[in-house]
Design a protein around this ligand. Structure first.
Ligand SMILES: Cc1cc2nc3c(=O)[nH]c(=O)nc-3n(C[C@H](O)[C@H](O)[C@H](O)COP(=O)(O)OP(=O)(O)OC[C@H]3O[C@@H](n4cnc5c(N)ncnc54)[C@H](O)[C@@H]3O)c2cc1C
Ligand code: SF4
Length: 498
């Protein structure tokens, strides 16, 4: 283990961040690295407890607890404490194909179930993970691993998000010839277009994609399966197909005035911003601009927070975020105990930035939008709301009811709808003729087989909008199944086979 008394001797040090006012001037990552000395001290806090909940990913009460890719956390914490970084990297790469993504943007359910966190702040697992992989790249320890033998089997993967990329990586290493089809102009799914550069710089995504390409994976961009190439063609050309098309169908807010100019979907806003930044450093003007506008983000989640950070960098005039739910408690409550994911109040990077710029947290809780109002030219000018409270109905279920007299009018020229996703786009699923349940592909976790022979599904298209670390988990597991399907056996790792 790390240092036997490390969790007593050292306090948790929170992740370093660049000054919010400074970082608002650019689109670079907001986080800042720790020094090796700090990281070794933080690694020493790991107790190497006999039953490390941190590395056993599961769902409790609808939220993730522990690491879904079963990262060998106590092992690499110990190696980092001892300064044996290269060995820590080897341990990390055994379970996680892309720690440079999760080490930056994973919500770290591992930390919520860290044993130290029963009574003290958790070990800073996510930052250690990021430092290990960043050091691996900086020191040239990450080099292309070109498979020595090819099996002659061909696999097509539709969609290049983390699920598709993880499946491609595993199957390529097993010697199969893998082609990834992507309808967008860049590879990465939501890693590229969705999560903004301030959270995950796109050079980090491109570095991994280039490496996978060097290792033998073929990428075909600007190609929508179902339009530019049919399922029949793919089924004919490949021995197996994996659908990793995500769950990006917008959920709309259909209320009076929705047609007003200036009411946009969050995903369109985020995608165009990143694309313009990458294409032309924002010089082409091909994005939705918040400059000088009063902006309201409807939706209290992470996508909403990413919209806030983007609007602030575009120099909006004001920013507010509406959430349907009440503010979270400051500490765990009796119905959210360890090792569950802690549902507690926190300031996201975007909220800190809004506070630095405008002096207050932009979030408004328990609020419902009633209607949008536009001017005589159809341009949005205001938004009407009412406050809500949570009550029990006759059957004892919690429901929201409006509080009379709390109506309010908010000036707004740009509204971003970030109220989640309805599920996967259906066209490509119809194209393959796979069974669908609740809009998602019907394919059992662990088997990943769809109703069509040779066609598998993994990631958000199968489980609905989730997390990158779950997408990587599913990519790895579906690869094991597909390898087995093609070869009759598989030596690829699987947690489910353990
Ligand atoms: C704004 C936003 C921020 C997020 N932030 C975080 C975060 O900080 N941390 C975290 O863990 N998770 C985050 N998530 C969730 C996470 O990004 C997803 O759970 C994850 O990317 C799902 O991976 P995936 O590979 O299943 O699908 P996706 O990443 O959605 O990729 C699917 C890909 O398939 C492509 N595709 C679809 N149809 C076709 C077709 N017919 N032909 C070819 N290509 C096709 C799409 O263009 C897309 O590139 C965020 C999500 C959003 C929307
Ligand atoms: S991938 Fe996420 S859950 Fe797993 S160790 Fe890293 S931060 Fe924790």
């Amino acid at each position: 283990m790390g240092k036997a008394t490390g969790f007593i001797d050292y306090k948790r040090e929170e992740a370093q961040e660049r000054n919010p006012k400074t970082r608002l001037q650019d689109w670079n990552e907001y986080s800042a690295p720790f020094s090796d000395e700090v990281l070794q001290r933080q690694g020493a806090r790991c107790m190497d407890c006999g039953t490390p909940f941190c590395h056993i990913g599961m769902e409790i009460g609808g939220a993730t607890s522990g690491c879904p890719v079963y990262n060998l956390i106590p092992e690499w914490n110990d190696l980092v404490y001892k300064g044996r970084w290269k060995e820590a990297l080897e341990r990390l790469m055994k379970t996680n194909n892309f720690p440079e993504f999760t080490g930056r943007v994973c919500p770290a359910p591992c930390e919520g179930s860290c044993t130290v966190a029963i009574s003290d702040p958790a070990v800073t697992i996510k930052n250690i993970e990021r430092a290990i992989i960043d050091k691996g790249f900086e020191n040239g320890w990450i080099t292309p691993r070109i498979p020595k033998k090819r099996t002659g089997r061909k696999v097509a993967i539709v969609g290049s998000g983390p699920a598709g990329l993880a499946a491609a990586d595993q199957l390529n290493q097993a010697g199969h010839s893998v082609t990834v089809y992507e309808k967008s102009d860049r590879i990465g799914g939501l890693l590229m277009y969705g999560i903004p550069s301030m959270k995950l710089e796109k050079r980090v995504v491109e570095r991994r994609v280039n490496l996978l390409n060097e290792e033998g994976i073929s990428f075909v961009t600007n190609t929508e399966v179902g339009k530019d190439i049919t399922s029949t063609e793919l089924n004919k050309q490949f021995d197996a197909v994996i659908l990793c098309t995500g769950a990006q169908k917008h959920r709309d807010l259909v209320i009076e005035g929705r047609e007003s100019k200036g009411v946009e979907f969050a995903m369109d806003y985020l995608t165009l911003s990143t694309k313009s930044l990458l294409d032309s450093d924002l010089k082409d003007g091909q994005y939705i601009d918040a400059k000088g506008k009063d902006v309201i983000v409807i939706g209290g989640g992470d996508t909403g927070a990413d919209c806030i950070a983007t609007a602030l960098r575009q120099d909006c005039n004001s920013i507010v975020q509406f959430g349907k739910h009440p503010q979270l408690p400051m500490a765990r409550t009796s119905n959210n105990l360890w090792p569950e994911y802690p549902h507690v109040f926190g300031l996201e990077y975007a909220h800190k930035e809004a506070k630095a710029k405008f002096g207050e947290d932009p979030r408004q809780y328990s609020i419902q939008t009633k209607k949008f109002v536009s001017d005589e030219n159809g341009n949005l000018k205001e938004l009407h709301t009412i406050e809500m409270r949570k009550v029990r109905d006759e059957s004892g279920m919690f429901v929201y009811e409006e509080i009379p007299g709390t109506e309010k009018v908010w000036p707004a020229q740009l509204v971003l709808i970030a109220i989640g996703f309805e599920g996967p786009e259906q066209e490509v699923l119809k194209e393959f003729g796979v069974h669908v349940q609740n809009r998602k592909v019907a394919a059992e976790y662990g088997k990943f087989e769809t109703s069509v022979d040779g066609v598998f599904a993994a990631g958000d298209v199968r489980r609905g909008q989730s997390l990158i670390v779950w997408a990587i988990n599913e990519g790895r597991e579906v690869a094991h199944k597909v390898d087995h399907y093609l070869m009759g056996a598989s030596t690829l790792p699987s947690q489910l086979a353990m």
